[in-house]
Design a protein. Sequence first.
Length: 368
Amino acid sequence: MAPVQTTSAAPSAAHAAPAGPVASPGFVLLIAVLAMSWAGPLIRFSTAPALAVAAWRLLFSVAFIALVLLLRRRAAPAPRLQAREWALAAAAGLLLAGHFWSWIASLERTSVASSVVLVSTQPIFVAALSALLLKERPARRQWAGILAAVAGALVIGWGDFSQGRSPLLGDLLAVTGAILVSGYYVVGRRLRPRLGIWEYTAIVYGLAAAALAATAAAHPAANLTGYPGRDWLIFLALAAGPMMLGHTGVNYALRYLPAYVANLALLGEPVGATIIAWALPGIRETPSLQTLVGGVLVLGGIAVGWRGGSGRRSDTQSGTGTAAGGGTGAGTGAGTGTGGRSGWPVWPWTRRTGKDLLKTAGESPDCG
């Protein structure tokens, strides 16, 4: 049977199609969702202002990435990007910085459940931007799954409208964070076929860290120093877990999957964060019936969208791309082409193990 032919994520025709992944994108997304679920609960334990938390989270992440590049023990060639691509990378860094500030600020004004769920409305914005800018259009069933999941997010957050001005402001900040991070992921989908995972994250995280650190240094109420030891441990934990395993895992998957596919999987984050916030003794936020109903809608939307096919690209696009589950050409991996009408790759924990995930640090196409 002939393999499904797809187009790449909108790099120029002169750029080679990305090679197949070492670790399955679906497995990496699963790890990423589990890691990112800890972000909201961890931030609730910090006494530092939003700007300081966001800045140190990214600064420590950049330090970790520098260590990874050093441990590779070989010189990585400088990325050869066009001026427009450098501008896109800079925009991605600024969008990420704005996302972290607005979302972390929302956690100071509303509940973990509402903040995490509302910021997770991003798939609807990502799907629209992907169709408009990348010509990657979700299928009808995918749209149904996205809308159902977002409806669940709104059900959870709706209760805060009756809790006064501060929770409502927190909800608005969370939605702002969703819009900003949507742009960040769409830009990542555009650039990742051109850049290895460590080169891409070094550029984008570095620019975001610089922007947040400069803003925090200029803000009279956001000192970068003078915090207790527990806050520094929280900064390190946010960098090691939600950033290095979470955001970096999503950026890894963006090389092989449409942005709206990765974002739909991320809607599992609020469910995990709500469970963690309920279980941790220092928070003990018991989810309400409304939160539980919204969570069911979110998970149902993910299931519908994940099984809804892999969307389609505009007829004006042509070319050949990589198979979503691994391999090019013959499509030897677990999945099928990301732009065809066939099903998405299944969650492939039966084909890949944690050992494969560790190998991504040495993956040739993702390490320059």
